[in-house]
Design a protein. Sequence first.
Length: 111
Amino acid sequence: MRIKVGDNVIIIAGKEKGKLGVVAKIIPEENRVVVDGINMLTKHVKPTQQNPEGGIEKIEGPIAVSNVMLNIGDSKDIKKAKETKTKFSVKTNQNGKKQKIRIAKKTGEEI
């Protein structure tokens, strides 16, 4: 996957289209990501010894990775956000080892 945990992303499709968020979790087997504050689901919790009241919780649900794009612009303002595709490049570091890095296609800078 070209999206990593901690990346700022823009939702490009679905009911949350146009919103910004940070990737909290990746589920590669299902090609899905969990983004903070996006796709909030309601979960009913039974009473337990740790939580004797039980109740209703709000949790983030996973969304398809095809519905998000990497954001290289301002992470707070949707008007200043810039979505981009990514590509990979191999670069040698100071120790002489080859290292795979991500590059933004729109600007050419390293992510």
